[in-house]
Design a protein around this ligand. Structure first.
Ligand code: NAD
Length: 316
């Protein structure tokens, strides 16, 4: 039987593409998209959409009961760069929205939860290259602290109350159809927009800052596959490392130059450099590959081709 899905934060960078893919996979009537803001886009116009505040337990419970929801994908959060500007609110939103959903599952009102974590759970004391699944975690951003605590609570609710919660530590995500939401890896989307418009790009990170990244199609595939995996295959209930590629601003610029030879990049690092410096450069995701068969389709080369082809189509 198809799950009945509620997505909270469906108008965001990931939520938008996730909603469309879940509707395609399970049927439009089985996917309820929700967000605190109502945009004029496919998510809102081509399926069921509700305005909801993820900080309001009663609103979520009402939707869950009304639509007989089985699975919740909680995508609402304040992202790394935005969170640093408003730490108290970021903590409130990122933690309490998660508690609401975990408590709904504990009360038996929903069956399964997807909640995204991030490479921001790691910090400057974490091994930087090929960061293992289990390692030192001392995040220095409010976003990273909220994600690490979220992971601990997910595992706790699983072990103590049997809540079926599944999670991935997303790297920086690259997509052509949706705008990034205020993260430290946003430059890797903006750079393509500049390139296709024949503009030069000024990067807010320095040229040799390597960060783990992933094309959105891979991230959506991983999200749906971890939710479809048999329960016994999900052995990690905090969050899985997930990896596809790692590159520096200089390397992505070089790849873009194979399509646009005149494209140039300049570097003006700002406050986000410090955040990036505290994160891993690459990730070991052996556990995800072994436990539930994760495999990426996109590297820097085919991501760049996809981004440029689709952005050009959109522009025309
Ligand atoms: P985003 O900022 O683009 O989208 C978040 C959505 O949540 C927005 O549409 C926003 O309107 C909505 N929202 C905010 N507050 C809300 C509230 N109170 N109630 C209901 N909706 C609310 O973020 P995203 O990039 O789509 O990220 C989704 C999740 O994935 C987040 O948990 C984020 O931390 C995680 N993540 C994202 C990335 C990335 O590169 N995009 C990387 C790692 C982890």
């Amino acid at each position: 039987m198809n799950p009945k899905i509620l997505i909270i934060g469906a108008c965001g960078q990931i939520g938008t593409e996730l909603t469309l893919k879940l509707r395609e996979t399970y049927g439009v009537d089985n996917v309820i998209a929700s967000d605190i803001r109502k945009l004029n886009n496919d998510v809102v116009n081509n399926g069921i959409f509700e305005v909801i505040n993820a900080l309001d337990y009663n609103q979520i419970q009402h939707l869950v009961e009304h639509y007989k929801i089985t699975d919740v994908y909680l995508m609402a959060a304040l992202l790394s760069a935005t969170a640093e500007k408003n730490p108290a609110f970021a903590w409130d939103l990122n933690m309490n929205s998660l508690f609401h959903v975990l408590n709904l599952a504990k009360a038996g009102k929903i069956k399964k939860i997807f909640w995204p974590s991030s490479i921001a759970v790691f910090g400057p004391t974490t091994p930087k290259y090929n960061t293992p699944q289990y390692t030192i975690m001392e995040p220095t951003t409010v976003y990273g602290i909220s994600k690490q605590c979220g992971e601990r609570w997910c595992e706790y609710y699983n072990k103590q109350y049997g809540v079926d919660v599944r999670s991935i530590r997303y790297p920086g995500l690259i997509s052509w159809s949706t705008e990034p939401g205020g993260g430290t890896t946003d430059y890797a989307v903006d750079i393509y927009h500049k390139a296709i418009n024949y503009e030069n790009f000024t990067c807010f990170l320095s040229e040799n800052t390597a960060l783990p990244m992933m094309y959105m199609d891979d991230a959506i595939k991983a999200t749906i596959e971890i939710m479809q995996a048999p329960t016994e295959n999900i052995k990690i209930r905090s969050s899985y490392n997930l990896s596809a590629m790692s590159f520096t601003p200089q390397e992505i610029a070089k790849e873009i130059q194979t399509h646009y030879p005149d494209f140039t990049i300049a570097y003006e690092p700002d406050f986000r450099q410090k955040i990036a410096d505290s994160w891993p450069a690459s990730i070991d995701d052996t556990s995800a590959r072994e436990d539930w068969g994760w495999k990426n389709d996109f590297d820097l080369k085919n991501t760049t081709t996809e981004m440029i082809t689709n952005l050009k189509k959109q522009l025309n």
